[in-house]
Design a protein around this ligand. Structure first.
Ligand SMILES: Cc1cc2nc3c(=O)[nH]c(=O)nc-3n(C[C@H](O)[C@H](O)[C@H](O)COP(=O)(O)O)c2cc1C
Ligand code: SF4
Ligand code: SF4
Length: 288
C-alpha cells in the first residue's frame, strides 16, 4: 500500500497527489492520499499502514513548509520502508530543491529508504501570475511526468536532486524569516471587507485554524502560514490584504477551474507566447 501525504494551500499539490495515486493504481498498486492539514485537525485518520510513503508539499520561500516538517518528524520509524518526495513550485529554479533535500534528510533520519525526489512546476499562486493557458500546459506536461516518475519508481529507478550545502543553509534562513515574520504579518494584515457574507468557507479552509468568526466579523489570528487559501477561496473576493497586495494574483488562482475549463485550448509543446525560454527544457525532458 502506498500512502501519499501532502500539504496544499491552493490545491496545486493536491491535484498532483491525486494524479500520483491514479497512476500508481494504473500500475497495479494500492494507493491513497491524505491531506496533512486534515489529519492535524482530526478530520481525516491515517493508520500509517503503508509499504511505501510519499511526502508532497508546495515550495514556500525556497523550502518546505514547517507543517510538513512537523508531520515527517512524528511519522513512525521506517522499518525498511521506501519513500519518495515531491514538491510543486511556481518556478523552475534549482534553489527550490532545498525543500526536497530537507524532506529526504528527515525521512532518512527515521530510517526510510528515499529513492526519488521530484519537483513539479505548477501555476504560481504567489506574486507572479501566469496565463491560464500556460498553467494548463504545465499541468498537462506534469501528467506525463507523473506517468514517467511512477514507471521509474515501480521499476526500481532512483533519482535524486542535490543542492549545495551553503545554499541549503541560506534557504533555511530565508524560509525561517518567511514563516516567523512574513507569514505572521501577512495574516495579521488580512481583512474581510463589507462584501463578506460570513459563509465560513475561509474559516473551514484555513489549514491552521487561523480564521474565526466573532461578533459577526471575520478575525485573523497570528498563526498564519501564508498558504493563500483564504484569499482565493472566498466566493465574493472579500478578503483584502492591506500592505502586501502585490503577492496576491489579481484574478485569483483556482487550478481545478483552469484544468476543467475546456475553452482553454492547449498544445503541450508549443509554449504560450511570452513564457520565458527557461521552461523549454522542463517541457522537453520528462526526467526534469
Ligand atoms: C508564501 C509563498 C512562498 C512561495 N515561494 C515560492 C518559491 O520560493 N519558489 C517557487 O517556485 N514558488 C513559490 N511559491 C509558489 C508555490 O510554491 C506554488 O504555486 C505551489 O505550487 C503552490 O502549491 P499549493 O497550491 O499546493 O499550495 C510560493 C507560494 C507562497 C504562497
Ligand atoms: S469566504 Fe469570504 S464571504 Fe465567506 S466568510 Fe470568508 S471572507 Fe466572508
Ligand atoms: S489565514 Fe489564510 S493565508 Fe493564513 S494560513 Fe489561514 S488560509 Fe492560509
Amino acid at each position: 500500500m502506498n500512502h501519499i501525504y501532502y500539504f496544499s494551500g491552493t490545491k496545486n499539490t493536491e491535484v498532483i497527489s491525486e494524479k500520483i495515486v491514479d497512476e500508481l493504481i494504473i500500475h497495479g498498486e494500492e494507493a491513497k492520499c491524505y491531506d496533512i492539514a486534515m489529519i492535524n485537525k482530526g478530520i481525516v485518520e491515517s493508520n500509517y499502514d503503508y509499504t511505501r510513503i510519499a511526502i508532497g508539499f508546495p515550495v514556500h520561500a525556497f523550502n518546505m513548509p514547517s507543517i510538513v516538517e512537523d508531520f515527517i518528524k512524528q511519522l513512525p520509524q521506517a522499518k525498511g520502508r521506501k519513500a519518495f518526495v515531491f514538491q510543486t513550485a511556481g518556478d523552475y529554479y534549482r534553489i527550490n530543491h532545498s525543500g526536497l533535500v530537507k524532506a529526504k534528510k528527515l525521512l532518512q533520519m527515521k530510517g526510510y529508504d528515499v529513492i526519488y525526489e521530484k519537483a513539479f512546476v505548477m501555476g504560481s499562486n504567489f506574486w507572479i501570475a501566469y496565463s491560464k493557458k500556460f498553467v494548463k500546459q504545465l499541468y498537462s506536461i506534469n501528467i506525463e511526468k507523473i506517468n514517467f516518475m511512477i514507471d521509474e519508481i515501480i521499476n526500481g529507478v532512483e533519482r535524486h536532486v542535490s543542492v549545495n550545502k551553503v545554499i541549503c543553509e541560506l534557504t533555511e534562513i530565508i524560509h525561517e524569516g518567511e514563516e516567523k515574520l512574513g507569514a505572521k504579518l501577512f495574516g495579521l494584515t488580512l481583512k474581510a471587507n463589507k462584501d463578506c457574507t460570513l459563509c465560513g468557507k475561509c474559516v473551514r479552509g484555513c489549514p491552521v485554524d487561523n480564521i474565526s468568526i466573532s461578533d459577526g466579523k471575520i478575525k485573523f489570528g497570528n498563526n498564519c502560514m501564508w498558504c493563500m487559501n483564504c484569499v482565493y477561496i472566498c466566493p465574493v473576493k472579500a478578503i483584502e490584504q492591506q500592505f502586501m497586495k502585490r503577492v496576491i494574483i489579481e484574478d485569483g488562482y483556482n487550478i481545478r477551474r483552469i484544468i476543467e475549463d475546456i475553452s482553454i485550448d492547449i498544445d503541450n509543446y508549443k509554449l504560450d507566447e511570452g513564457v520565458a525560454k527557461r521552461f523549454e527544457s522542463y517541457f522537453k525532458d520528462l526526467s526534469l
